[in-house]
Design a protein around this ligand. Structure first.
Ligand code: SF4
Length: 687
C-alpha cells in the first residue's frame, strides 16, 4: 500500500498507514480511512506480513476510543481535593507557565525531587522516549527505572543468549511442536496464535504451559497447569529427561554452549518426581513433555512475560532459554525460543534521549515498581530528597503499580505537584494538579520497534488533533522553552525525531513509502552459534551473574509468598490480563467493557465450596497489604489452590473503588529489579 499522504488538514477520503502503539508483541501496521477529516475506520494493513490484514478486537474499535465523548480535550487544573476528579479548563499558556515555574522552583532546591513516570502507554519511540528524556536529563530530575513489565526476562535473556533475541516469529508456522509457555496468545499475541494454528493444520502439536486454563489452553493439544512461579523447576526436569534419554545434540552443546558440565549436574537433581511435587502436575506429564521436546524437530518455544513476574522470574527464563541449545533446536529456523525480538532493533537511543544533557550529573534512580514506597518516603539518607513533583505520561500507575493502597496514599499527598499527560481521566489523572490533553496515535508522528517481529514501523498522523490535544513531544518541547533550555535538540520536530530514531540503519524512504521496513535478521540466528554473549556461546553458566554473587546457573527460586494450606493465606493469586483490555488501556471503551462484563475472580469449585462461595457472589480478597471486592466466578479456569484476579480494571470501575493491585507486593525479581505481580498469597471470603 502506498502510504503517501497529504498534510492532515487537507485530508479527505484517504487511507493513511500507521502503527499500533500499544504494549503488545504484534506491533501491527494499520490503515486509517479518513473521510472529510474524520477517521471512520482502522483496519489491519494487508501489505504488512506480520499483521496480515488483521487487528485485534481492541484496536479494530480505535475510532470509538479516538472520538470517545470523555476524551480530555483541554488542559485541566485541579479545583477539588486530590483524587476528587474536580477540575476546571485552563489555557495551555497558563498551564505550561505555571508548570514550568513550579518545576523550576523545585529544581532550584534539588531537581532530584522531580520524577518522570512513564511506560508503554505508547510504544512509540518519539512520544515515549525522546523529547521527554531530553527534558528530564537537562533538568537533572531523578531517573526512573522502567521495570514494570519485562526486565526480569530481558535481563535473563541477555545473560543467556546475549540479548532480547530469538526465533523469527513467522517460522513458528513450520514447527512440529510448539510450547506456548506463560502466554495467553489468543488474547495477547494474536498474530503468533495465527501462525501456531497454521503449524497445527500441518500436524504440529501445541502445548500450553500456564497456571490458568486460558482460551489458548483450551485450544491447545495439551495444557500443563503448573503452580505459579515453578517454571524453572519444570525446565530443569525437562533437562533431566533430555539427559537421561540422551535426547541431546552433543555437537551443538560442545561447540556453542558454556557451562554444560555444571548445568548437567544441576539438572540431574531435578527428576520428574521432584519437579512434579514443586509444580503441582503429574510426573508423567513432565516425562511426556520431555519426550516430545527431545524427539520432535523442529521444536519451538513461545515464551511470554507473565511467567517472569515472580521472585525467580529471571532464573526461570534462563532455564527455559537453555533448552533449545541442549537439543540443537536452533539449527532449524523453526526451532528455538522467542520471548522478545526487541534486541534486533538498532535504535539510536543516545541521539533520541540525549543522556549527555546530564552533563556529568548522576541523579538517583527510582524503581517504578516501588512508586508507592517512594512517594511515601519522608526523604533523607540513601533515598535522597523527598519527591515533590511527578510528571506522568503513557502510564496509569494508580491502577497498575503494585500495592496500590500505598500508591493511592502517595498520589493523594497534597504537597505533591503532579502533572499527567493523558487521553482520559484515569485513576491517575484524578490525582493530578494539571491534566494535559495528549494526542492519540491517529494524530501524531511516531516510529516503532517491536518485540514480537523484526519490522520497523512508521506512524503518520491521519487526522488533526481534536480539541487542544498536543503530542507528548510537543509538550516537553514547550516546557523546555519555558525553562530556558536552549540547546538545539529541543527544537527538533516530531517528524525529525522519527528520522533520528534509526539514523541510517533503516531506510527512511522505505518507511515513508510503505509504513514499515524489515530488518536484515538471519532466518536461523543461532544455527551456527554466534551468540552475542561475552563467550560467544549460549551461557548456561554466566560468569557475569556469578561475579554479582548470584548463582551462575539457572535454578528454581521459590516464590517469596507460598500459600500454606490451613494458614492465614492458603491461596496463591495471579492477575492475568482480561482479554478485552491491554494493561489498563481500553477499560473505558464501553463496547469492550460490555464484552468484559465486570471485574472477576476465578476460583476453582473445590476452593469455592470450602468457602461457601457461588458464582456471582461478591467476595472479599485480602492479605496483609489490603483487600479488594470482586465478583467470584467458580470455574476450572482456576486450578485448585490458585485464584485468578483478572486485570487491570481502573479502580473507579471496580467494586468499592478497588482493583487487584491492592494485594500485589512491591518486592522485586531475582534479575532486572522487576515486579512480582504473580507472587502473591491471599484468602477469599464471602463479602
Ligand atoms: S494491540 Fe496488538 S494485536 Fe491489537 S492491533 Fe495492536 S499490535 Fe495488533
Amino acid at each position: 500500500m502506498d502510504a503517501s499522504v497529504q498534510a492532515p488538514e487537507k485530508a479527505s477520503n484517504r487511507q493513511i498507514v500507521g502503527a499500533c502503539p500499544h504494549d503488545c508483541p504484534d506491533t501491527c501496521s494499520f490503515v486509517t480511512t479518513v473521510e472529510d477529516g474524520r477517521a471512520v475506520r482502522v483496519r489491519g494493513n494487508p501489505a504488512h506480513g506480520p499483521t496480515d490484514g488483521v487487528l485485534c478486537a481492541k484496536v479494530s474499535r480505535y475510532t470509538e476510543r479516538t472520538y470517545h465523548p470523555q476524551r480530555v480535550l483541554t488542559p485541566l487544573r485541579r479545583t477539588g481535593p486530590k483524587g476528587s476528579g474536580r477540575f476546571e479548563p485552563v489555557g495551555w499558556d497558563e498551564a505550561l507557565a505555571d508548570i514550568a515555574a513550579r518545576l523550576a522552583a523545585i529544581a532550584g532546591r534539588d531537581a532530584q525531587a522531580i520524577l518522570p513516570y512513564s511506560y508503554a502507554g505508547t510504544m512509540g519511540l518519539v512520544q515515549g522516549e525522546s523529547m521527554d528524556r531530553r527534558f528530564f536529563h537537562r533538568l537533572g530530575a531523578s531517573l526512573l527505572d522502567r521495570t514494570i513489565c519485562s526486565t526480569a526476562g530481558g535481563t535473563a535473556l541477555a545473560y543467556t543468549l546475549g540479548g532480547k533475541l530469538g526465533m523469527k516469529v513467522e517460522f513458528f508456522a513450520e514447527a512440529r511442536l510448539i510450547l506456548i509457555w506463560g502466554s495467553n496468545s489468543i488474547a495477547s499475541n494474536l498474530h503468533f496464535w495465527r501462525l501456531a494454528q497454521q503449524a497445527r493444520r500441518e500436524g504440529a502439536r501445541l502445548v500450553c504451559i500456564d497456571p490458568r486454563r486460558t482460551d489458548t489452553a483450551d485450544k491447545c493439544d495439551e495444557h500443563i497447569q503448573l503452580l505459579p512461579g515453578t517454571d524453572a523447576a519444570l525446565a530443569l526436569a525437562l533437562m533431566h529427561e533430555l539427559i537421561a534419554h540422551d535426547w541431546l545434540d552433543h555437537d551443538y552443546i560442545e561447540r556453542h554452549t558454556l557451562g554444560w558440565p555444571a548445568l548437567k549436574e544441576r539438572a540431574q537433581l531435578w527428576n520428574p518426581e521432584r519437579a512434579a511435587a514443586v509444580c503441582g502436575v503429574p510426573a508423567q506429564q513432565i516425562r511426556d513433555l520431555a519426550r516430545a521436546y527431545g524427539t520432535t524437530r523442529p521444536a519451538a518455544i513461545r515464551l511470554n512475560y507473565g511467567m517472569q513476574r515472580v521472585h525467580g522470574g529471571g532464573n526461570a527464563v534462563r532455564a527455559i532459554a537453555c533448552l533449545p541449545a541442549l537439543t540443537g533446536a536452533w539449527r532449524h529456523r523453526a526451532g528455538g525460543v522467542l520471548l522478545s525480538s526487541g534486541g534486533h532493533f538498532p535504535v539510536d537511543r543516545a541521539t533520541l534521549q540525549r543522556p549527555d544533557l546530564l552533563a556529568g550529573r548522576a541523579p538517583r534512580t527510582i524503581n517504578m515498581v516501588q512508586i508507592g514506597d517512594a512517594l511515601l518516603h519522608p526523604g533523607g539518607g540513601d533515598f535522597g530528597p523527598r519527591l515533590e513533583a511527578l510528571v506522568v505520561y503513557n502510564s496509569n500507575p494508580v491502577a497498575v503499580a503494585p500495592e496500590s493502597g500505598k500508591v493511592v496514599q502517595g498520589f493523594a499527598r497534597e504537597d505533591l505537584f503532579t502533572v499527567v499527560l493523558e487521553h482520559f481521566m484515569t485513576d491517575t489523572a484524578d490525582h493530578a494538579d494539571y491534566v494535559l490533553p495528549a494526542t492519540t496515535q491517529l494524530e501524531h508522528w511516531d516510529i516503532h520497534a517491536a518485540y514480537g517481529h523484526t519490522d520497523v514501523l512508521l506512524n503518520r498522523p491521519a487526522i488533526e488533533p481534536p480539541g487542544q490535544a498536543r503530542s507528548n513531544a510537543a509538550v516537553f518541547r514547550e516546557l523546555a522553552a519555558r525553562m530556558g533550555f536552549d540547546e538545539p535538540c529541543f527544537a527538533d520536530s516530531d517528524e525529525a525525531l522519527c528520522r533520528q530514531a534509526y539514523g541510517d540503519a533503516v531506510k527512511w524512504d522505505e518507511l515513508l513509502a510503505h509504513g514499515f521496513a524489515s530488518l536484515p535478521v538471519p532466518d536461523a540466528p543461532f544455527a551456527e552459534g554466534g551468540f552475542p554473549t561475552p563467550s560467544g556461546r549460549c551461557e548456561f553458566h554466566s560468569a557475569a551473574l556469578a561475579a554479582q554473587g548470584q548463582d551462575g546457573l539457572p535454578d528454581h527460586v521459590p516464590n517469596y509468598e507460598l500459600p500454606v494450606p490451613g494458614g492465614r493465606y492458603p491461596l496463591a493469586m495471579i492477575s492475568p490480563p482480561a482479554r478485552n483490555f491491554l494493561n489498563s488501556s481500553f477499560v473505558n471503551v464501553q463496547s469492550l467493557r460490555d464484552m468484559e462484563g465486570e471485574p472477576l475472580l476465578e476460583i476453582h469449585p473445590q476452593d469455592a465450596a470450602a468457602r461457601g462461595i457461588a458464582s456471582g457472589d461478591v467476595v472479599r480478597v485480602f492479605n496483609d497489604r489490603g483487600s479488594y471486592r470482586v465478583k467470584a466466578e467458580v470455574c476450572t479456569r482456576a486450578r485448585p489452590g490458585v485464584v485468578n484476579g483478572l486485570g487491570i480494571w481502573w479502580r473507579k470501575f471496580g467494586l468499592a473503588g478497588t482493583n487487584v493491585n491492592e494485594l500485589t507486593s512491591q518486592k522485586l525479581t531475582d534479575m532486572g529489579r522487576g515486579p512480582v505481580f504473580y507472587d502473591c498469597v491471599v484468602e477469599v471470603a464471602a463479602a
